[in-house]
Design a protein around this ligand. Structure first.
Ligand code: FUB
Length: 287
C-alpha cells in the first residue's frame, strides 16, 4: 500500500479483497484512524477511506488505534479494533462502513492481568463457531456468542506453548489443522518477525513450528510482522499480509503494508515466506 499503514487484516468478502489497516507515522503509535482498502486482484488497491476515528467515532478512547480485524455474519460486518490498549467493536452493513461503535469496551484486560489487551483476530470455524483471539505478553482465546459481540469471560483460555510470543495472533484452519501465527519481539525492532504453531483444536495446545517470516537485510526489508493470512476463495492459494519498516527510510513507527505469497508444503505446514519488494512476484516453488 502507498503511505504509512500497518497491522493489516486481509479478507475476501463477496469476490472483493479488503485490507483493514492502522495509520502509522506517530510517536508512540498514537494514531487515531483505521482505514480500509479494496482490490479485485490483490495487486491494485483502492483507498476506501477512514472507517473509524478514535475520539470522533468512539466515545471511550482518543488515541492508540492499533491492530484491527473484521468478521462477517448474516450480512453484518464486525470490526474489532484496539484503542488505548483495550479492544472495542463497531458494526456496519457493508465492509466499507459506515461503522457504528458499540460505545463500550469489549475486552479491557488480559484475564491474568499481564501485558495488554490488544490485537484481536476473529476465526470462524467450519461449524460456524467464531472465536476471538487476542493478547500481548500472553495469548488468549474465547468463543464469541451468536451476536459476535458477547462472550462468557469464564470461557476464555490462555494459549500456551508459543515460543517467544509477543502479540498479533492470527488463526486459519486448513485440512483439519489450526494454524496460528503471531508476532515475536517489539514492532519497533528490525527483528520483529512471525512465529507459527499448529494444533488440532482452536484452543490448543499448539505446537511451535518456528519462524515463518523474518527480515531480509539484503533487500532492505526489516521489521516484518503483524500478519494475517488469506485463502483465495475456492482455491488453496494463500497470501500473507504484513507490515515492515517503510522503504526507504522507515522505522518502528513508520511502517508500510505489503503482501507476499504463502505456501503449505506436502507435510501440511506453512513454508517459510520469502519477503519480496513491491512489484516483484515470487516464483512459485514446486511442492
Ligand atoms: O501498531 C500498533 C501495534 O504494534 C499493534 O497493535 C501491534 O501488533 C504492533 O504491530
Amino acid at each position: 500500500l502507498p503511505g504509512l499503514h500497518a497491522d493489516p487484516n486481509i479478507v475476501a468478502f463477496g469476490g472483493t479483497y479488503y485490507l483493514y489497516t492502522t495509520t502509522d507515522g506517530f510517536d508512540g503509535w498514537s494514531g487515531t484512524k483505521f482505514s480500509v482498502w479494496s482490490s479485485n486482484n490483490l495487486v491494485d488497491w483502492t483507498d476506501r477511506g477512514v472507517i473509524l476515528d478514535l475520539g470522533k467515532d468512539v466515545s471511550w478512547a482518543e488515541s492508540r488505534a492499533w491492530a484491527p480485524t473484521i468478521a462477517e455474519r448474516d450480512g453484518k460486518y464486525f470490526f474489532y479494533y484496539c484503542a488505548e490498549a483495550k479492544i472495542g467493536v463497531a458494526t456496519a452493513d457493508s465492509p466499507t462502513g459506515p461503522f457504528t461503535d458499540s460505545g463500550k469496551v469489549l475486552i479491557a484486560a488480559n484475564p491474568d492481568g499481564s501485558g495488554q489487551a490488544i490485537d484481536p483476530a476473529v476465526f470462524t470455524d467450519d461449524d460456524g463457531q467464531a472465536y476471538l483471539y487476542w493478547g500481548n505478553g500472553s495469548a488468549w482465546v474465547v468463543p464469541l456468542g451468536e451476536d459476535m459481540v458477547s462472550y462468557e469471560a469464564s470461557k476464555a483460555r490462555q494459549i500456551k506453548g508459543l515460543d517467544d510470543f509477543r502479540e498479533g495472533l492470527f488463526v486459519v484452519r486448513r485440512k483439519g489443522v489450526y494454524h496460528l501465527m503471531y508476532s515475536i519481539d517489539d514492532t519497533g525492532s528490525t527483528n520483529y518477525r512471525v512465529g507459527y504453531a499448529t494444533s488440532d483444536s482452536p484452543y490448543g495446545p499448539f505446537t511451535s513450528r518456528g519462524v515463518v517470516l523474518k527480515k531480509d537485510p539484503s533487500q532492505g526489508i526489516l521489521g516484518t510482522g503483524h500478519n494475517s493470512l488469506l485463502r483465495v476463495p475456492g482455491t488453496d492459494d494463500w497470501y500473507i499480509a504484513y507490515h515492515r519498516f517503510a522503504i526507504p527510510g522507515g522505522d518502528g513507527t513508520h511502517r508500510e503494508t505489503t503482501i507476499d505469497r504463502a505456501e503449505f508444503g506436502r507435510d501440511g505446514l506453512l513454508r517459510p515466506v520469502t519477503p519480496t519488494l513491491s512489484g516483484v512476484r515470487p516464483r512459485r516453488i514446486p511442492r
